[in-house]
Design a protein around this ligand. Structure first.
Ligand SMILES: Cc1cc2nc3c(=O)[nH]c(=O)nc-3n(C[C@H](O)[C@H](O)[C@H](O)COP(=O)(O)OP(=O)(O)OC[C@H]3O[C@@H](n4cnc5c(N)ncnc54)[C@H](O)[C@@H]3O)c2cc1C
Length: 395
C-alpha cells in the first residue's frame, strides 16, 4: 500500500499536539494510503519547557519519554532540521551522529519553537535558557548557602543569601517565587534563618503583567510579597560583577546569584530552512498555517507568525496559543487533502495562569467585560492541570 508521509519537525507543545491531531484525524490510514507519521526532534524526550525553572530549584524531572506521548503508530526520529526543499518535498536533517540525511515527505509541519533570549557576554549572572543553565543556577545558590553557614560577616552572609531575577515576565515571576520558596526551605534545613533569604525581581515596566488588568498586577505583587519576593519597577539589571548587581537606577545590589529571564526569541535555525520569514525570523503563514510559497508545508507555535484574519492581531509566543493551533491544524490538513474549506486561525481567549511556588498561583481572565481572578491553591491546581495537559500527561 502506498504511504502518506507526514513529518512534524519539533516536539515541543505545538509539535506533540500536531502529531496527536493528525493521528486523531486519520488513525493509521488516510484515504487508502498508510499513514507514516514521524516526529523529528534532536532530544530523546519531550522537554516540559514551561517548567524550566524546576531544575533551578530542585530535582523534579521535566522530561517525558517520546513513547509515553506519541501514538503507537508514530515514530520519533532523532535529528535537527537544517533545510527544506519545498519544491522537491525533501527535508534535510542532521542525525544524532552528525550526518546529513534527506527525508521525503508529503506533508510537513514545522514547529521548532523559540529559544530563551541570551544575555550579552560579560554581563555576569546566569540566563535561564535550558536544563544546563537551570542546574548551574541551583548549584550556585546551594553553594552560596553552604558558604553562608560558615560566614562570620553578617554583610557577606546577607549577600550570599540574596538572589535577583532580572526580567519580570511570567517566567521571571514563576522563577523568583520558586527560588524564594526553595531557598527558604533549604535555609531552614541547614539551620540558617529563612527570613534572611532575599529574592529581588527586577521589572523594566511600571507594573507587572501588562497583558492583564491593573487589579491582576496588584494581586500578583501582593502574592509575590507573600512568597518573599520584592519587586522593583522601572528597574533593569545592567551587569553583575564580583557579587554586585548594577541597576539602571544607579543602585548597586549585593547578590549571590543573578538569574536573567529575558523572554523568548524565534528559533534561529528557522532562517536556514529556506522558507519565507519575517524580519524577526518567524515563518510567514496564511490564516490556515500554510507556509507561503511552500505547498504541503505548515508552521505553528512560536516559530510561526500567525495573524487572526478577523482582528488582525498577531498570536503571541505562548503554549496556550500553540496547542489550539496544533489541534486546528489536524482539521486544516484534512480539509486541504479533500478540497473542502479549511478552518481559519482564531485568537484564543484572554487569560493566563501563573504559578507562584508550590500551592500558590494566580489565574486571570477577562470575560464579558469582567476581570476574573482566582488565587491560592485552586489557581495552583489549575496551573498544574495546564502543565500536565500541555505535555499530554492528562487527556
Ligand atoms: C520557563 C518558561 C515558562 C513559560 N511559561 C509559559 C506559561 O506559563 N504559559 C504559556 O502559555 N507559555 C509559557 N512559556 C512559553 C512556551 O514555553 C512556548 O510558547 C511554547 O513552548 C511554544 O511551543 P512550541 O512547540 O512552539 O515550541 P517549543 O516548546 O520551543 O518546542 C520546539 C521544539 O522543537 C525542537 N527543535 C528545535 N530546533 C529544532 C530543529 N532544528 N529540528 C527539529 N526540532 C527542533 C525542540 O527540541 C523542541 O522540542 C514559557 C516559556 C518558558 C521558557
Amino acid at each position: 500500500m502506498k504511504e502518506w508521509t507526514v513529518v512534524v519537525v519539533g516536539g515541543g507543545y505545538a509539535g506533540i499536539h500536531a502529531v496527536k491531531a493528525v493521528w486523531k484525524q486519520y488513525g493509521g490510514h488516510a484515504e487508502g494510503r498508510k499513514l507514516r507519521l514521524l516526529l523529528l526532534d534532536p532530544n530523546p524526550y519531550h522537554l516540559r519547557k514551561v517548567l524550566l525553572f524546576k531544575p533551578a530549584v530542585g530535582a523534579d524531572p521535566i522530561t517525558v519519554p517520546w513513547r509515553q506521548i506519541l501514538p503507537e503508530t508514530a515514530e520519533h526520529v532523532q535529528g535537527k532540521a537544517k533545510h527544506i526543499d519545498a519544491a522537491a518535498k525533501v527535508l534535510e536533517y542532521e542525525n544524532a551522529e552528525g550526518q546529513l540525511v534527506r527525508l521525503a515527505y508529503d506533508t510537513l509541519v514545522v514547529s521548532v519553537g523559540s529559544v530563551a533570549r541570551e544575555t550579552e557576554t560579560g554581563l555576569g549572572g546566569i540566563a535561564l535558557t535550558g536544563m544546563e543553565s537551570a542546574v548551574r543556577i541551583r548549584d550556585t545558590w546551594s553553594r552560596n548557602m553552604q558558604a553562608a553557614r560558615a560566614e562570620s560577616s553578617a554583610e557577606e552572609r546577607r549577600r550570599l543569601l540574596t538572589a535577583a531575577v532580572a526580567g519580570a515576565g511570567i517566567t521571571g515571576m514563576e522563577t523568583a517565587s520558586e527560588l524564594a520558596y526553595a531557598m527558604r526551605e533549604e535555609a531552614a534545613r541547614q539551620g540558617l534563618n529563612p527570613e534572611e533569604i532575599r529574592v529581588h525581581l527586577l521589572n523594566a515596566q511600571d507594573r507587572l503583567f501588562r497583558e492583564g488588568s491593573m487589579k491582576a498586577s496588584r494581586k500578583l505583587e501582593d502574592e509575590l510579597a507573600k512568597c518573599g519576593v520584592s519587586v522593583h519597577h522601572l528597574c533593569k539589571a545592567v551587569r553583575e560583577e564580583n557579587g554586585c548587581l548594577m541597576l539602571s537606577d544607579g543602585e548597586a545590589l549585593p547578590v549571590g546569584l543573578t538569574v536573567w529571564t529575558l523572554g523568548l526569541v524565534p528559533n534561529p535555525a528557522v532562517r536556514g530552512f529556506g522558507l519565507p520569514v519575517t524580519k524577526d525570523g518567524r515563518l510567514i503563514v496564511d490564516e490556515c498555517y500554510r507556509v507561503k510559497e511552500a505547498r504541503g508545508v505548515y508552521a505553528i507555535g512560536d516559530c510561526a507568525f500567525i495573524v487572526d484574519p478577523d482582528s488582525g492581531e498577531a498570536a503571541g509566543m505562548t503554549c496556550k496559543e500553540a496547542i489550539p493551533q496544533a489541534q486546528r491544524l489536524g482539521k486544516i490538513i484534512a480539509a486541504d487533502r479533500n478540497g473542502s474549506e479549511a478552518p481559519r486561525h482564531k485568537q484564543v481567549m484572554e487569560g493566563f495562569t501563573i504559578g507562584l511556588g508550590p500551592g500558590r498561583g494566580i489565574t486571570w481572565t477577562r470575560k464579558w467585560g469582567l476581570d476574573i481572578i482566582i488565587s491560592g491553591s485552586l489557581s495552583y491546581k489549575i496551573k498544574r492541570f495546564v502543565w500536565d495537559y500541555a505535555s499530554m500527561l492528562k487527556s
